[in-house]
Ligand binder design. Structure first.
Ligand SMILES: NC(=O)c1ccc[n+]([C@@H]2O[C@H](COP(=O)([O-])OP(=O)(O)OC[C@H]3O[C@@H](n4cnc5c(N)ncnc54)[C@H](O)[C@@H]3O)[C@@H](O)[C@H]2O)c1
Length: 373
């Protein structure tokens, strides 16, 4: 008899990373996924699609429990509304939810400088509410979606986790604040709470089925989805490259891209590290069971290298113009991924070519995102 499914609540489950994390959870057939999302930046169809992948992947001899693991309990909930969050937890009762993967947030750096209060409310206040409700319902394991942006302009490349946190933008500061809040809670209640912050570098690509992928609402803010949207004809062929005089090999900014499915698998390892039998926190300097890990490949890629890789994958002739540096851009954000590899067993193996191929597969099958057909 296999163990019963563990209920894991994923916030932002319909988003780009959330949907791939749900895929990874369901693939194990060990979890029952509860997704909450207000669809501010996502389509509910993502949830239907990811469940479809799980159903299609069920073995012929699937048990009733396996079939249950392929279905998602999805709720339209705004995390800034504590009562809405509480209603979801009430359905499962005290101790009914094993852990939370908190992914939902607003994430546009530029926008966060224009409407900081909205970012602090949506990212920070909502995290406080979520943790309060979790505590009320004895749900004390959390994986938090952080970002490389917490390092600001890092003094050492590749960046180790011990680097001081010094985000530049309100968005980045919300990530530092939420990490701090989770860490403080784990310090205050070391016998109850366990937390891990995962500092994502730059996720790219999509599930190879082409059923789920990144579908930003409006003009894509990130390089990869923008290049895909240009190649498919949804955005004009007028890429602007912000600065070619950075201290990097070709002068353009360098980022550490990893396949979104590798990133998603990092969440499974993080959940295992939160389990009671895990030894992941044995080396913590204090009683608190809290840690932060970089999730990256440790390989920096420049803007021009990405444009070239996408040209190869799509066959599209990108026109770009070099313009001045953009305020707030950091020259190089490349992870030192050694700690996550050593302690979690995390390794982002898929290469740039696969990221481009899978992104292009998703984009051509869904030229207008989830509303293409
Ligand atoms: N994509 C990246 O490059 C990247 C890099 C580093 C960190 N991150 C972090 O990863 C997380 C997910 O990013 P993503 O790229 O999947 O973004 P996304 O916008 O695709 O997903 C976020 C999801 O959260 C939902 N959401 C936002 N506010 C909510 C609220 N108040 N209540 C309920 N749902 C809400 C959105 O509707 C969306 O579905 C974010 O926390 C982001 O800061 C992303």
């Amino acid at each position: 008899m296999s163990e019963p499914l563990k209920r894991v609540l994923v916030t932002g489950g319909a988003g780009y990373i959330g949907s791939h994390v749900i895929f990874a959870l369901q693939e194990t057939r060990r979890y029952k996924v509860i997704s909450v999302d207000n669809h501010h930046n996502s389509s509910p169809k993502a949830i239907e699609r990811v469940a479809q992948i799980a159903r299609d992947n069920l073995p012929a001899n699937a048990t009733a429990q396996d079939k249950d693991s392929a279905e998602i309990d999805a709720y339209t909930v705004d995390l800034t509304q504590r009562d809405q969050v509480r209603k979801v937890f009430e359905k499962y009762g005290k101790g009914g939810i094993w852990g939370v993967i908190h992914i939902a947030a607003y994430k546009a750096v530029g926008e966060s400088t224009e409407i900081p209060l909205t970012y602090y409310e949506n990212n920070v206040a909502a995290t406080v509410y979520l943790l309060q409700v979790m505590s009320e319902f004895d749900c004390t394991r959390i994986v938090y979606s952080s970002s490389a942006t917490v390092y600001g302009t890092p003094p050492i490349i590749p960046i180790p986790e011990t680097t001081r946190l010094q985000a530049h933008s309100p968005y980045g500061k919300t990530k530092v604040m939420c990490e701090t809040i989770v860490s403080d809670l784990c310090s205050a209640e070391p016998q109850r709470f366990r937390g891990l912050s995962l500092r994502y570098f730059n996720p790219a690509g999509a599930h190879p089925s082409g059923l789920i992928g990144e579908a930003p609402i409006g003009r894509p803010g990130n390089l990869f989805p923008l290049l895909a949207a240009i190649a498919v004809g949804r955005e004009p062929n007028d890429l602007k490259v912000f600065g070619n005089d950075y201290p990097t090999p070709d002068g353009t900014c360098v980022r550490d891209y990893l396949h979104v499915l590798d990133l998603a698998k990092g969440h499974l390892l993080a959940l295992d590290a939160l389990a009671p039998e895990s030894k992941a926190f044995d080396d913590c300097p204090t009683e608190a069971r809290y840690k932060a890990y970089n999730l990256g490949r440790g390989k920096g890629m420049s803007v021009l290298q990405i444009v070239e890789a996408m040209r190869k994958a799509t066959g599209f002739d990108y026109k770009y113009e070099i313009v001045g540096r953009r305020r707030g851009d950091v020259p190089d954000l490349t992870a030192d991924p050694a700690l996550a590899e050593k302690q979690l067993g995390f390794k982002a193996e898929q290469d740039l070519e696969t990221m481009c191929k899978d992104l292009w597969n998703w984009q051509t099958k869904n030229p207008k995102g989830y509303d293409s057909n």
